[in-house]
Design a protein. Sequence first.
Length: 133
Amino acid sequence: RSQSFTDFMQTSLAQHQKVIKSLIGKIKHTNRDEPFHRLRIAFKQYRYLLEMSQPSFIDEVSRARLKQLKVMQTLLGRFNDFAVWQQHLASLGNSGQVSGKVSYACGVVSTVCWFEQHQLLPAIRDSTSDLVS
């Protein structure tokens, strides 16, 4: 039996909501980068599904949710950018191909990235709770 577009979208959105809820549960108890990156990707996919469904059955609540998802993606994107910078700086600083001063500078900048990244955690955790209902 073939599904209507509306049924397909509702099923897809429900599946994505389930994944997002699971990932939100995981980020509440960790500072590791991977769950935040996976949540960013899940939000992106969910947002694209919502946008694709417009104007078929999207209401004002969903339009407001799209705006929240864009903000959340920005926060999670910044979090991920800081994680990537830390990895690159650690690789460069530990490569043995740079001077001691450059290696030290990589460590300092990496520490700043870590600090900035972790300053985002409260906003990310607070913002996730009501995004997927």
